[in-house]
Design a protein around this ligand. Sequence first.
Ligand SMILES: Cc1ncc(COP(=O)(O)O)c(C=O)c1O
Length: 486
Amino acid sequence: MTNNQRLTEVYDAEQFRAIGKELIDVLANHLGNLQSQETKTVYPNNAPEDELQFWENDFKQHSDPIQTLTTLLNRSQQTQHPKYMGHQTAVPAPISALTGLVTDLVNNSTGVYEMGPVSNAMERVVTDFTAKKIGYGEQASGLMTSGGSLANLTALLAARKDKAPQNVWEEGHNEKLAVLVSEEAHYCIDRAARILGLGDNGIIKVPVDENFKIRTDLLPHYLKKAKEKGLHVFCIIGCAGSTATGSYDDLEALAKFSTENNIWLHVDGAHGGAVVFSEKYKRLTQGMEKADSVVIDFHKMLMTPVLSTALLFKQGNKIYRTFAQRAQYLWDSPETEEWYNSAKRTFECSKPFLSAKVYLILKTHGSDIFEKNVDQLYDSAQLLSQLIQAKPEFELVHEPQSNIVNFRYIPNANMNGAELNELNGQIRKQLIASGKFYIVQTTINNKRTLRCSIMNPLTSKNDFLELLDEIEKLAFSIRGTASVLA
Ligand SMILES: Cc1ncc(COP(=O)(O)O)c(C=O)c1O
């Protein structure tokens, strides 16, 4: 075959149709089998080196795309399985996967209007819709970014531009800058602050209370100490909610403090900001509408595949100055505020079509579908915590404020902390090795906990009961074989 024939074959519409039709059947069967639990394995639990070897071998062999894609499906973590209760990754609405097919094929890259007319307009619709849910007014606007980490970095850049005494963007650092943040904040905040050049001294971690919320009573003290060290605090970051425990900071108190001290308030709602869509749970983010900026990931509790994040600003115009730069090849007038040229406001130049999946989920299933999902996930977490509390050998580590439940198995009151940590670690290891469930673990106040994020709205009470049963059985067998844990 000539080069030309080979390239023509790559783009052959009929071949695309044939593979596509077959693939949709494969995907629908896969989804159905997961939902009915005919497929038992949630997580295949292959060791990294074995997985690598598998794909290295596969790469050398001939197979048709359907075979390869089916293998990819089967060897992956099955977030669509009702017994997936692991990391905070969305269980995507299937319509979003179909949308991805379309946006990948048109491949409009969003940064400039002419390369993403629909993408930029849909992004505006989705971010305006979200800004309203936050309770922002007419001045608000937002943009979408590839993930919460990048969105948090972008928000801190905007905060620095607005509140720092010098123009670091143009002049570099000549004053020591700092941010105030809860010690429970996601690690990407620490990274973002370091990228901004703040260093250890510029990241002031404020302790949390017994509910893992930032101690707002300590803020004046920490601000005073920062000033004494010659630091200028330009931003305070609130968690809504935190990653380990899903705890929501008191945003009203943070807003009051930030206004009184002329500090930018940024709220990291990557995970729990989703409650703005819920009448029942939006009380958790009371005060969010006073924040200067807010991040909400659609790819966590809002049914959208990774990555899809909204970054919203109370005063939408503030973001335009953040990346002020000449890029003549992209736009004629760098100074003007043009919502339809996304790259003026983001770090990304080529940017995926991030809004279409969110837009299609809302249009297909109703603009209240996010509310239904959040309510279901949060109610389910309450149910799981009640089931845990009803069992004497289980300990609920904290009241869940969100869809995150941390608990431990404590069969014997005489076991010490190290033994309990070992036992609970073993339980999780063997649980995921069995493939029957996928949950994670974390450490809270030196206690290793079993951690479930209820992400799948199809996870039922039966699944929870089976999980607790399985943990009991595993603990029994572990204790039977390890005398130290008996
Ligand atoms: C509270 C919080 N902020 C930020 C992030 C990072 O977001 P992303 O994974 O979208 O970059 C996470 C991720 O789990 C998170 O839980």
